[in-house]
Design a protein around this ligand. Structure first.
Ligand SMILES: [Zn+2]
Length: 151
């Protein structure tokens, strides 16, 4: 993947204080193309199909929303709670607006597994971008693999 002008602009908008206070890159100092390539490779290694992972995140969100803000069991293994803040967030690539929500997935014993948002799902689906290391909304490939292995 080349560092095109669009990628450079997207990278700029991912920095803290542009779209979100914390930004999308965490403590990652790699270039955007490097982050995306490394994560795609890691997903492949783990046997995770990114579209399947995105569909699972959507399903957990949809089930979690039935709890209306309270934690709700989803399947045998997960407890999901969803929260909505007012407003929308633009994708750093400027191709859409997403609800400023957060979805928390926990194990039944309470251990936190993952926090993500509608924008995280879009970034995975459309841009194969899981966010930088250290970003609070990063979709860690090993965690996506776990979420797909819950039956
Ligand atoms: Zn986008």
């Amino acid at each position: 993947m080349k560092n095109t002008e669009a990628e450079k602009n997207a990278l700029e908008r991912m920095r803290p204080g542009h779209i979100t206070a914390q930004g999308f890159l965490g403590t990652d100092t790699r270039g955007l193309a490097d982050i995306v390539e490394a994560d795609i490779e890691e997903l492949r290694r783990l046997g995770v199909d990114p579209d399947e992972a995105a569909a699972r995140l959507e399903l957990l969100r949809d089930e979690g929303q039935k709890g209306l803000g309270e934690p709700i069991s989803v399947g045998k293994r997960w407890v999901v709670s969803t929260g909505d803040a007012r407003g929308m967030l633009p994708c750093p690539w400027n191709d859409g607006l997403y609800h400023k929500n957060s979805i928390r997935v926990q194990e039944q014993d309470g251990a936190l597994v993952l926090i993500y948002s509608d924008l995280s799902i879009h970034l995975l689906k459309e841009h194969r971008f899981l966010q930088g290391r250290g970003s609070p909304f990063r979709l860690e490939p090993s965690i996506l693999a776990q979420l797909l292995r819950d039956e």
